[in-house]
Design a protein around this ligand. Structure first.
Ligand code: AHR
Length: 339
């Protein structure tokens, strides 16, 4: 489900706003000042068994994160990896210090999903300075600070903007182009939230009958999604649709809608992203309209990229993951892809 073709749209977009080029980057950070020459070559990866790989997870509060972590545990033996794993419990600063501790342990390779784009960018430069190659998975960092192909090997992940487009396209069709929408955003500052919002809002802006009446973060968490939806339902009882940036928040919203005496899927159409088992069950039950899959299975892809990189192959700056789409027309026969 991924191609090694150079996928430059997202990085090209980010390059347009990159203010620093070919110069010394100096960043005051946790344990000192990290500097890295933009022109320095990427650190090499020596192919050895076992290879000590650091995987720094952001949090473990939903099925998507658990599936992502499991895909790394599952691939470790096959790939000859001895994995050092951490869990930042939803804290940017903990994820940064987890990664710094892996750098201090001299892991051979670092792989991680940066919780937020900006706070996690400097530590990528620290790893480069320490001679440790980095693969980013799932979410990306701020390209004006650390850049794929220059400061880290590659970004392996979905096209979040396209996910937003696909969710919006479905909602336009499902509502006949007329809706009052509540948007439940993911973690503020995460590339997944930024780009899913951008993609969705772009399509909605082209449909004059569709209005986003409120947009607020539910932090990609089910209970936060429920609480935010509860409040927004009171302020906007005329809502007819919900776009949640992930299944967990959509499931929270469904609970809030039911508690308010409305029927999800009938009074209020809901579209979301992830393709978890819980999301797919809600589609089968007619409460959720559709979910754009966002694959969490990065372990085998990261293993493949690391092996190719160690052999000296040129790796594209974005290894793009393609995602499925589920609605009532195909959810039953797609259940095996749920997680
Ligand atoms: O970055 C991917 C998002 O993060 C997933 O949609 C979500 O469930 C997770 O927490």
């Amino acid at each position: 489900m991924a191609s090694l073709n150079t996928q430059s749209r997202k990085h090209a977009r980010k390059q347009q706003i990159r203010p620093l080029a070919g110069s010394l980057l100096a960043l005051a950070i946790g344990f000192g000042v990290a500097t890295a020459h933009a022109d320095d070559a990427l650190p090499k990866l020596v192919n050895k068994t076992p290879m000590k790989v650091g995987f720094a997870q952001t949090e473990s509060n939903n099925p998507w994160r658990l599936a992502e972590t499991k895909s790394f545990k599952d691939v470790a033996a096959k790939c000859g990896w001895q994995i050092v794993m951490t869990d930042a419990n939803g804290s940017n600063s903990k994820q940064v210090s987890d990664i710094q501790s892996m750098i201090a342990q001299h892991v051979d390779l670092l792989v991680f999903p940066p919780r937020e784009e900006k706070p996690l960018a400097p530590v990528v430069l620290q790893a480069k300075k320490a001679g440790i190659p980095v693969i980013l998975v799932d979410r990306d960092v701020d390209q004006s600070v650390a850049k794929a192909g220059r400061d880290y090997i590659t970004f392996i992940g979905s096209d979040f903007i396209d996910q937003g487009h696909r969710a919006a396209d479905w909602l336009v069709k499902a509502t006949g182009g007329k809706a009052k929408i509540i948007e439940l955003e993911g973690t503020t500052g995460a590339s997944a939230a930024n780009d899913r919002k951008k993609g969705f809002d772009e399509i909605i802006a082209k449909n004059p009958g569709m209005t986003i009446i409120a947009s607020q973060s539910g932090d990609f968490a089910r209970d936060k999604g429920r609480q935010v939806m509860e409040t927004l339902l009171q302020a906007h009882p005329d809502v007819t649709a919900v776009y949640a940036h992930n299944d967990e928040m959509a499931l929270g919203a469904i609970a809030a809608i039911k508690a308010a005496g409305k029927q999800p899927g009938k009074d209020i159409q809901i579209v979301t992203i992830d393709g978890t088992k819980g999301g797919m069950d809600a589609i089968a039950a007619g409460e959720l309209g559709a979910s754009v899959q966002s694959s969490p299975f990065f372990g085998p892809l990261a293993c493949d990229v690391a092996q190719r990189y160690a052999k000296g192959e040129k790796i594209p700056t974005w290894v793009k993951v393609s995602d499925r789409f589920y609605d009532k027309s195909n959810v039953q026969q797609s259940m095996q892809y749920g997680y």
